[in-house]
Design a protein around this ligand. Structure first.
Ligand code: UT7
Length: 327
């Protein structure tokens, strides 16, 4: 039987700080009613001053390692999916590696926005299938709120902070990752985007005053693209593995908007009861959203051995992907 990468431990972490819709009502012209109806978010976690991406990544990773019952020294591949790294150099992956004592790992960052965790799972799966890795750690971690303009109501109500992690090992018994698809289309590169802080615009006082490093998004233009692409890749991974949507026991989409989740589930014709949503409590945490949701599902006993689990994402770049696993 073929070798697949199988998740043997997960973890999650987020800041204690919470920003509610009532807090946002005091900051911009918005309402709890609008946010709940149009996006489905009630609250999001927000890092305090002095809290940073790798802090949450390490906490999530430690939990995943503990549950996987492995020694950090066994990890030979460490992928940190993030668009909000601690710093430009070194990678947040290398910082996490040091904190964990995962000294044998090849550690690096992967920038695929909200699809980063599924890109990471895809890469880890290929490395494990190719015998280049025996134990991989994939983390999705973000402190997005550092890049949020709290005077822009079209973005500030959406994003939250957090991290999720998964440990993967080879499995030859038919469990683990069955099929993956990752895609991108740079023609939508300005959706969402944060132009400042890099080599093109830099860190001048003018660019900071102009708010160039804040996230900008014309969300309604993305909505249909998100629904279409997540549905397409989900169908592809199911078809490749020879399953219909009715075989899926749990569907975890990226938590971008409850209406996107509902529309994708509707197009796929999956039973709403198997669709997981936690956007109400976390908002959109980009690359952290799927591993956080996965860890919550495991903790809540929503996944049993042998279940078919479908993960799908969409994010800046634009990037999208789907992963089908046999738990
Ligand atoms: O995860 C990364 C990828 N991102 C996505 O997938 C985001 C996809 N897009 C979305 O989730 C939604 O488009 C948003 C939640 C971002 C926006 O919801 P929408 O239903 O598409 O609203 P809209 O942008 O079309 O705006 C409708 C109205 C506008 O007012 P007018 O022009 O009709 O008077 C906005 O100014 O809603 C207004 N509006 C708000 N009103 C109250 C926009 N943001 C707010 C707000 N509170 N926070």
């Amino acid at each position: 039987m073929a070798i697949n990468a199988r998740i043997i431990g997960t973890g999650r972490s987020y800041p204690e700080g919470i920003l509610t819709n009532a807090d946002l009502e005091k900051m911009v012209e918005t309402s709890d009613e609008w946010i709940m109806q149009r996006v489905g978010i009630r609250q999001r976690h927000k890092a305090a001053e002095g809290e940073y991406t790798s802090l949450f990544a390490v906490r999530a990773a430690r939990q995943a390692i503990e549950r996987a019952q492995i020694d950090p020294a066994e990890i030979d591949l460490l992928i940190c999916a993030t668009v909000t790294p601690d710093q430009i150099l070194p990678s947040t992956g290398c910082l996490i590696q040091t904190e964990l004592g995962a000294h044998k790992a090849a550690a690096f960052d992967l920038a695929a926005a909200c699809s980063g965790f599924l890109y990471g799972l895809t890469l880890a799966n290929q490395m494990i299938r190719g015998s280049q890795s025996r134990c991989a750690l994939v983390v999705g971690a973000e402190v997005l709120t550092r890049y949020v303009d709290y005077t822009d109501r079209s973005t500030c109500v959406i994003f939250g902070d957090g991290a999720g992690a998964a440990v993967l090992v080879p499995d030859e018994g038919g469990r683990g990752i069955l099929s993956t698809r990752i895609r991108s289309d740079g023609r939508y590169a300005e959706q969402p985007f944060a132009p400042g802080g890099g080599t093109r615009i830099g860190h001048s006082a003018e660019s900071i005053t102009a708010g160039d490093y804040f996230f900008k998004m014309r969300g309604n233009e993305l909505f249909k693209v998100a629904v279409r692409s997540m549905t397409e890749v989900s169908r592809e991974v199911l078809e490749e593995s020879g399953y219909g949507a009715d075989a899926v026991k749990l569907f975890i989409p990226h938590q971008a908007n409850q209406r996107i989740t509902d529309a994708v589930a509707d197009k796929l014709k999956v039973d709403p009861a198997i669709v997981y949503s936690n956007i109400e409590y976390h908002g959109n945490t980009s690359s952290a959203s799927i591993p956080i949701a996965l860890d919550e599902c495991i903790e809540a006993g929503r996944i049993n051995e042998g279940d078919l689990v479908l993960l799908a994402s969409f994010g800046g770049g634009v990037t999208w992907g789907a992963v089908l696993l046999r738990w």
